[in-house]
Design a binder for this molecule. Structure first.
Ligand SMILES: *[C@@H]1O[C@H](CO)[C@@H](O)[C@H](O)[C@H]1NC(C)=O
Ligand SMILES: *[C@@H]1O[C@H](CO)[C@@H](O)[C@H](O)[C@H]1NC(C)=O
Ligand SMILES: *[C@@H]1O[C@H](CO)[C@@H](O)[C@H](O)[C@H]1NC(C)=O
Ligand SMILES: *[C@@H]1O[C@H](CO)[C@@H](O)[C@H](O)[C@H]1NC(C)=O
Ligand SMILES: *[C@@H]1O[C@H](CO)[C@@H](O)[C@H](O)[C@H]1NC(C)=O
Ligand SMILES: [Zn+2]
Length: 465
């Protein structure tokens, strides 16, 4: 019986899950991690395009129905939530645009990347945390890469030039060669974040339902195939986990004539004379700093002025949006419904698609797929939140996370469970195969026991007899 049980245990140990060559946190054989963001890749963009490489990846890994981005659903804010696990009101990168209300100065997306104090506002991105715990990190074009955090940069980085063409597939491949071939393979980095500026740009220019957007999704799909090929060529398939996601979705902006646009200058009782500083004409989110004593006047003029415009005092912002509690947020916050944008004087005509809307709107949901040695295979899971990705990444890298707003509990069902390999059989998420084996060995054990007892009883009887 002992022999039989031992045999069963050995069988258990050699099952593919139990024998996985990597263990839990703090193990030197931790796997590498590549975080990829395709800007503005809406959760359902693969539904009207042939995407053989994304389909293959879903078979080999885990696909979440979608990922809910944080509010505000714009590029810098959402990417910094991925990197820190904090809601926007907690990390402080509240807009793509940096501004100073006393000097009236504004810096657009690209320039704002270099304002260290804007990014370094109390939340450390995962690169810095990983480096402090002895890992090597890199970042290519990912928002937040250019900034310095508590005097420290991501160790290996590439920041794009101001006139960079974010759509060029040849360049994409050169960047991938660099990340996989040089950074992971030659330089042995543990974690890299990699950013692509599409399909956001085509979504803005042509709209999310355009043939141009569908063509770009094919380019993304080819790129995913290329990335996985490169990983295989460099022998990294079994040591590298990949997360592919996006910062937000995209929705069609309704045209003049179709709808009554939101134009603040045309709203009765509203005057720009009452405003000290304004952040308008940047899509569905607007913010106003009224002059001294003018808050109530501005607020009551705007509130209820347009059926698709939501007007909040900062402190009235719905708690679920986590966008009411940072000193950088201005006293009046304006949010347009999907399809509308907040204009100051003149409507912007050139934009067909936009984002920045309520993160509950389905059009704002982002794509989310993972594949690699630590992930389950061929599994579709319920929607997740981007704020939870940070805890997942820290777990995969075996590093202690900073204080954050996410939870590993919300994503750990995507993982191949590795807690049954050692002595700790306590975990509630037991591996099914292991359970079956344990059950199987128990049954065999009992049968053998019954057999032995029967045998010895018979022998007893015979001896007695
Ligand atoms: C805005 O500019 C003023 C005047 O130069 C300066 O005192 C203040 O610190 C600046 N605020 C921010 C947030 O940069
Ligand atoms: C974050 O920024 C705000 C306003 O710009 C500033 O008052 C605050 O001190 C900063 N906090 C940290 C920790 O840098
Ligand atoms: C794309 O990038 C490659 C490599 O940088 C360059 O040679 C090529 O001219 C670019 N193509 C376009 C259309 O800009
Ligand atoms: C495995 O166990 C460790 C320690 O008990 C825990 O921190 C970790 O989250 C567990 N991993 C999974 C995938 O449940
Ligand atoms: C095992 O589970 C028990 C009860 O759920 C718990 O008290 C104990 O701390 C766990 N042990 C380990 C090693 O996780
Ligand atoms: Zn974006």
């Amino acid at each position: 019986m002992l022999l039989l049980c031992l045999a069963v245990l050995c069988l258990g140990a050699s099952s593919p899950c139990a024998a996985a060559p990597h263990q839990g946190s703090n193990n030197p054989t931790r796997n590498k991690l590549l975080l990829i963001s395709f800007d503005g890749f809406r959760w359902d963009y693969d539904r009207d395009v042939e995407t053989p490489n994304l389909d293959k990846m879903a078979l080999d890994g885990v696909k979440a129905v979608y990922a809910t981005p944080p509010f505000v659903t714009i590029t810098s804010s959402s990417h910094f939530t991925m990197l820190t696990g904090r809601y926007v009101e907690n990390h402080g990168v509240i807009h793509n645009i940096w501004f100073n209300t006393s000097t009236q100065q504004k810096k657009q997306y690209y320039e704002a990347q270099f304002v260290d104090c804007y990014w370094d506002n109390g939340s450390l991105p995962i690169w810095i945390t990983a480096q402090r715990q002895g890992l090597k990190a890199g970042s290519l074009h990912f928002p937040g890469t250019a900034a310095t955090y508590r005097g420290e940069n991501v160790g290996v980085r590439q920041v794009e030039s101001g006139f960079y063409d974010h759509s060029n597939e040849t360049d994409w491949r050169l960047n991938i060669d660099k990340v996989i071939g040089e950074w992971f393979h030659q330089q042995d980095l543990d974690f890299v974040s990699l950013y692509f500026g599409e399909p956001d740009l085509v979504g803005h220019e042509f709209g999310p339902d355009s043939p141009e957007r569908r063509e770009m999704v094919k380019q993304v799909d080819r790129t995913v195939g290329y990335i996985r090929d490169k990983i295989r060529e460099h022998g990294l398939t079994d040591q590298l986990n990949i997360i592919i996601t996006a910062d937000h979705g995209m929705t069609t902006i309704l045209r003049d004539g179709q709808v009554n646009k939101i134009i603040l200058s045309k709203i009765p009782g509203f005057s720009f004379k009452d405003i000290k500083f304004q952040l308008l004409d940047y899509g569905p989110l607007g913010m106003l700093l009224p002059k001294e004593g003018m808050l109530e006047k501005v607020y009551s003029a705007l509130k209820g002025s347009h059926p698709h415009l939501h007007v909040y005092k900062k402190e009235e912002m719905p708690a679920r949006m986590h966008y009411g509690n940072h000193p950088r947020l201005l006293p009046i916050i304006l949010i347009a419904d999907p399809g509308y944008v907040v204009n100051g004087f003149l409507p912007l005509h050139f934009i067909k698609g936009d984002h920045g809307f309520d993160n509950e709107a389905m059009e704002m949901k982002a794509f989310f797929r993972v594949v690699g040695p630590d992930f389950e295979k061929n599994r579709v899971v319920d929607p997740i939140e981007l704020v939870d990705v940070y805890a997942l990444m820290c777990h995969l890298l075996g590093i202690n996370p900073e204080i954050n707003d996410g939870h590993l509990d919300n994503t750990k069902h995507m993982l191949v469970n590795r807690n049954n390999t050692g002595g700790d059989n306590n975990n509630s998420e037991k591996n099914n195969q292991m359970d079956v084996l344990i059950g199987f060995s128990a049954v065999i054990g009992i049968l053998v026991l019954v057999f032995i007892i029967t045998l010895s009883c018979n022998m007893c009887k015979r001896n007695r007899g």
